[in-house]
Ligand binder design. Sequence first.
Ligand SMILES: [Zn+2]
Length: 402
Amino acid sequence: MSKYVPKNEEKFSYDTGRMCRKCKKGNYITSGRSWDEYVPETKETVTEKRGVDVKHSDGTTSQISWNVSVDKYSGGYTTRQTKSISKCNKCGHKFKPNAAIFISIGFFLIALILAVLSWTLDIITPFVIVLAVISIIGCIAGIITKWGEVRVKLTNIFAVILIIASILISVDNGARIAGGSLSSMRTGFRINQFGSNSMVISTNRNLSGVIVIPSQHRGTNITAIGRNGFADTSISTIIIPRTLSLLMENSFARNPYLTSIILHENIYISHGIVSPPFHSSNNVTIFAESSTKPIYWNNYWNASNGALNEAGQFVGGGGFRPIIWGVNLSEAGDFVVSFLRSEGNIERGMQYDGSVPIINAPYRMGYIFGGWAVGRVNGTVVYNAAHVYRAAYGSMLYAVWV
Ligand SMILES: [Zn+2]
């Protein structure tokens, strides 16, 4: 520490002009101490020469000299002060900061974290969005305005509403996932309700095997698979109900084990410039009910790898997944019955390395695909899944389920 002694030390006090909460007569007085303290800014070690003259007995003189190291400081004085808690100048009541302020800020932070969590966990509904926005505005208003006690309490009330709402929504969502018609769908689903008659479904990343999406949940139709809804899972197939009419961006992206899927003809595919529904799902074969590509499906809707550039051109050594167009489905639309082989109704696709991908078998719950029979139901299997494209144009092919 500095070897310099503080100077100009003095005590001070001043009237804050703030009325005493207790006696309502005096004002709070802040008192403190200030002093000037020397702060060394630089320390420099210099060498100084010292010497003495020595007189010899023969009358001559000579000098003995030596060097010493000296620390030199250059710096200055700076004023410091400490202030003590304000006291009332009448009754001596000590002013304390309002603890509610800190509680309020704490609540606000908790509420904010919960709101963010609700958002990222995909469990938010319009109700909680409105509630969260109102609560956060309320909290901020309470914090940035005067520290009046009423406003602080209002902030806390808003924050508590938000916390309770977030918890309720999470619990309710968990209950919805666990119960009812979703019990057969394994755990991990998230359902977002939009309006009174549509739902978007999505999931966590731990799903595998066969997934069946029910047509309704609690009396409301499940209408869409949300953005990234089933991205990054290990599912092998997913059965989509006829009520479902929308696949959003990347809905089945990055699913390496997804081998087949049926798309009904009333499905609308919505995807951005780089996010087709099967992006990087490099093993899927698509069985489409529609006989040709609906005009409102993007040209790159079955792109599996690579991406579109800003000009809408496909780049990156991309691939396209195989499609069989115009399949006849069961009444529920959950499995393939047959299709008429025609020119162009089998698109064999392209791998990202330029090779032709293998066409996979369709899927039917509880059955094994035996192959394709020609001309009649349960006829002799003529083509296996991979070679069905060899069938002559005009031949009717029936899936044999065993
Ligand atoms: Zn007082």
